[in-house]
Design a protein around this ligand. Structure first.
Ligand code: GRF
Length: 218
């Protein structure tokens, strides 16, 4: 059973999608062992409580330095003894020490098709504002492993979403969540929990199933 810890900052709809997928049996072999937020008022924490999942808030303003905050966050996560850390709308830059502690064991959902509209300054609704400003016709979402870079780790999956002429950042954000994020994130957790993917030379490869092997060898 994969022990997943989920980090959240806001609404927690991606967390909800994962909870629902586990409860409905669409994600198997997975248990959410804890939810951590940098924001004590996050709706996402209530969602965890509603489903009997242990939750905790570690807020930067309660610590004297960034280092002290990061240390507390890492300690709290380690207490959950996770196999996988899922960043589901977590607006905190992941410290290098955490990446070293959990190599290829942290995943993030980003609301664009990486490498477009990602990196420093591209988070939350801002991503969709920039997409509309640039006038691209296709956007989407990406699930990737987290490395020391900003949105630079190995890509697990991506899904395209059409931009409509009358979109606002809010309508586009909603469509990207509905058509891409809430589907991709649970799928990625299921793939990891069931050993279907691995990272080879910085790229994510899908394990070939017995069926695939037979078909290629035919
Ligand atoms: C999502 O679009 C996520 O990709 C982004 O922030 C939003 C958070 O949504 N980083 P939620 O908290 O899961 O509802």
């Amino acid at each position: 059973m994969l022990r997943a810890a989920v980090c959240v900052s806001g609404g927690g709809t991606n967390l909800q999608a994962l909870i629902d997928a586990i409860e409905q049996g669409n994600v198997t072999n997975t248990q959410i062992v804890g939810v951590l937020s940098n924001n004590a008022g996050a709706r996402a924490l209530e969602r965890a409580r509603e489903h009997g999942i242990p939750s905790a808030a570690v807020c930067p303003r309660d610590y004297q330095s960034r280092e002290a905050f990061e240390k507390a966050m890492l300690e709290k996560l380690c207490q959950m003894a996770p196999d996988l850390i899922v960043l589901a709308g977590f607006l905190v830059k992941i410290p290098e020490e955490m990446v070293c502690r959990f190599p290829n064991r942290i995943i993030n959902i980003h609301p664009s098709l990486i490498p477009s509209f990602c990196g420093t300054g591209y988070y939350g609704i801002r991503v969709h504002e920039k997409v509309l400003e640039r006038g691209v016709k296709i956007t989407g979402a990406t699930v990737h492993f987290v490395n020391e870079g900003m949105d630079e780790g190995p890509i697990i999956s991506q899904k395209a979403v059409a931009v409509e002429d009358d979109d606002t950042p809010e309508t586009l954000q909603r469509r990207v969540m509905e058509q891409a994020e809430w589907i991709l994130l649970p799928q990625a957790v299921d793939d990891i929990a069931n050993g279907r993917i691995r990272v080879v030379h910085g790229r994510v490869c899908r394990e070939r199933s017995g069926q695939d092997i037979k078909e290629t060898e035919r």
